[in-house]
Design a protein around this ligand. Structure first.
Ligand code: NAD
Length: 275
């Protein structure tokens, strides 16, 4: 396929660009994921809480694409933290997806006040050792949560999936991940299609390169070494968001985009989310 891969710390290859399915109803996921696979995406990012693992799984099966050419991620929801609950939740997700293994299984949020992410991650380590997840990792973990995980568990997370886009650049997390060989995966990579895509810096770079604002932002992710998982249900945008391998931002472009960091999240703060 034309989408380059990143090699995770356990040797597994992960496409650098994937398709995110948050806020797609289960009965629409079949069509949406089918369109993404037709457009050339091979990596799909879902989660138990998105409620669309069944529709996603049906689209994967109907595509006829060989399992080893697909990269499927799902995530363990907050209410399923704890060692035994996590094992049960994984079985449920796998059954809903209709798969024998996932490529990547993530803890969705750290819930630091609840203090169960270590035992939860130990359940993921068992799933990984059983070959039912080809890689395991986390989402929304702050460096302090990763620090503790690295000290108390044995499998270094392959990925930390975090909110990341030019208006929230996550310098400290990206540096921590780089030091520990953890891939940074960007959620809401387009800033949820809000102000970022009409920011003059972005629209001027789009005009300069003859590309769209979304393509400029996705190119920024790729050149930083992030994995990105943009979401759209519009076929033309699904295609547009994967057509980002034929141009390059130069150093001045990257410097201009570096200036957009606001330090403000669109989503919840992992230090407090989930109580
Ligand atoms: P996104 O940044 O991918 O933005 C999606 C929105 O941008 C679309 O709904 C649409 O309005 C707009 N858009 C998409 N393509 C466009 C284009 N080419 N031109 C103009 N507008 C366009 O936001 P997202 O859906 O929040 O994030 C992507 C994925 O990340 C999700 O689907 C999900 O898989 C994942 N995610 C994970 C977490 C987490 O906690 N781990 C949280 C949020 C999202």
């Amino acid at each position: 396929s034309k989408i380059p891969s990143i090699t995770l710390n356990n040797g597994v290859a992960m496409p650098q660009l994937g398709y995110g399915v948050w806020q797609i109803e289960d009965d629409q996921a079949f069509t949406a994921v089918g369109q993404a696979l037709d457009a050339g995406y091979r990596s799909i990012d879902t989660a138990m809480i998105y409620g669309n693992e069944e529709g996603t799984g049906k689209a994967l099966a109907a595509s006829g694409i060989a399992r080893d050419e697909l990269f499927v991620t799902t995530k363990l929801w907050n209410g399923d933290q704890g060692h035994d609950a996590a094992l049960r939740a994984f079985d449920t997700s796998l059954a809903k997806l209709g798969l024998e293994y996932v490529d990547l299984y993530l803890i969705h949020w750290p819930l630091p006040a609840q203090d169960t992410y270590i035992e939860t991650y130990q359940a993921l380590e068992k799933i990984y050792k059983d070959g039912r997840a080809k890689a395991i990792g986390v989402s929304n973990f702050l460096p302090e949560h990763l620090e503790r995980l690295l000290g108390e568990t044995s499998v270094v997370p392959a990925v930390n999936q975090i909110e990341l886009h030019p208006q929230f650049q996550q310098g400290a997390s990206r540096a921590f991940h780089a030091r520990h060989n953890i891939v940074t995966e960007a959620w809401s990579p387009l800033g949820q299609g809000k102000g970022l895509l009409t920011d003059p810096t972005v629209t001027e770079l789009a005009a300069k390169h003859g590309k769209t604002p979304a393509q400029v932002v996705l190119r920024w992710h790729l050149q930083l070494g992030n994995v990105a998982i943009p979401k759209s249900v519009t076929p033309s945008r699904i295609a547009e968001n994967i057509d980002v391998f034929g141009f390059e931002l130069d150093d001045a472009d990257l410097t201009a985009l570096a200036g957009l960091d606001s330090g403000n999240r669109l989503g919840p703060d992992p230090a407090t989310f989930g109580g």
